[in-house]
Design a protein around this ligand. Structure first.
Ligand code: 2P0
Length: 311
């Protein structure tokens, strides 16, 4: 069984240069967390004539399992084998939280599929295979902070950043569990088509990344938080220029609370991904204050998590 953890991007991946190979236009930087993860087991069986896919206890669900079998077909081609497998995967995220993550799912699946073949691949090679399943999965191979670089099929992989910052926290605010998000792949595609705005995004996110390296080096939460917040706002402005929006009224309410907290000197910054939930970027000694100010919003406090592990 392989366990892979969810990662949250502080500098976002948004837009594919190559759809099939999932090569990004810009590098992204993320934090892999401890308490949201996927566990996956892949058992090859010479008698099988197709893959059997069970996700969260449901076998061969038409939409979910199709993406998995398509990915297994890709691995059969890439790694040159022809066996089918019984695949069981469970997402450990708060129930009904709307936080299913393709990052942890494809990181766990890629590694479980490789281990089941008794292949010994490097973390870089595993990151590449995970990327082919879902871009952000390339980063979940590693624990803590990591960067997924641009490049070609071989070189566009994630690498871990050697940053020891045990006090860093991300508080997930589950603001709206019922909203059906637009798929990030579709929203990315539309964003890329808006060439003028998209080019600005690519240019700015490179600057954000450089600034983020320096801020992380100093472990300066105000700098890290404000760069991440600016980067997330830029991504969401780009998304909204296509007519899609991920922010709901509830998201805006939490964002307002975060602005208020900052006026009171609390170190709280936000980031958001392809959905309405808001993630607060902070450090350990601010967590109790923040939770108190959030009131009855459902939250999950995340610390640094490990890279993929065999369990
Ligand atoms: C990220 N997101 O960097 C960005 C920020 C969402 C917002 O990566 O199409 O599921 O499978 O490569 O990785 C979500 O996109 O996209 C994502 P695919 P993925 O975390």
């Amino acid at each position: 069984m392989i366990r892979a953890h969810v990662n949250f991007a502080l500098i976002k991946y948004w837009g594919k240069l190559n759809d099939e190979l999932r090569l990004p236009y810009q590098a992204s930087l993320s934090f892999t967390v401890d308490n949201l993860y996927t566990e996956t087991n892949v058992v090859y069986d010479d008698n099988l004539t197709n893959d059997i896919v069970t996700i969260n206890g449901v076998t061969n669900d038409p939409i979910m399992s199709k993406r998995v079998t398509k990915y297994m077909d890709l691995l059969r081609k890439e790694l040159n084998f022809n066996k089918y497998a019984d695949i069981t995967s469970t997402n450990y995220v708060p129930t009904a939280a709307g936080l299913a993550s393709s990052a942890s799912a494809f990181a766990a699946l890629s590694v479980a599929a490789v281990k089941g073949l008794n292949l010994d691949l490097s973390n870089s090679e595993l990151s590449r295979l995970a990327r082919l399943g879902s871009g952000s999965a390339s980063r979940s191979i590693f624990g803590g902070f990591s960067v997924w670089n641009t490049g070609d099929d071989k070189t566009s992989v994630a690498t871990p950043l050697n940053i020891n910052w045990p006090e860093f926290r991300i508080i997930v605010c589950f603001v709206d569990t019922n909203v059906k998000s637009h798929s990030s792949s579709v929203a990315m595609k539309e964003s890329v088509q808006n060439k003028e705005l998209y080019n600005v995004w690519v240019k700015e996110s490179k600057i954000d990344l450089d600034n983020m390296y320096q801020a992380l080096d100093k472990k300066d939460i105000d700098l890290v938080g404000s760069i991440a917040e600016k980067n997330a706002n830029h991504m969401h402005d780009l998304v909204e220029s296509t007519g899609i929006t991920y922010k709901t009224k509830e998201s805006h309410d939490v964002i307002d609370k975060i602005h208020n907290m900052r006026q009171q000197g609390i170190k709280a910054y936000y980031t958001m991904d392809a959905g309405p939930n808001v993630k607060i970027i902070t450090v350990a000694n601010q967590v109790d204050l923040i939770l108190e100010k959030l009131g009855n919003i459902e939250t999950l406090v995340c610390k640094q998590g490990p890279g993929v592990t065999i369990i």
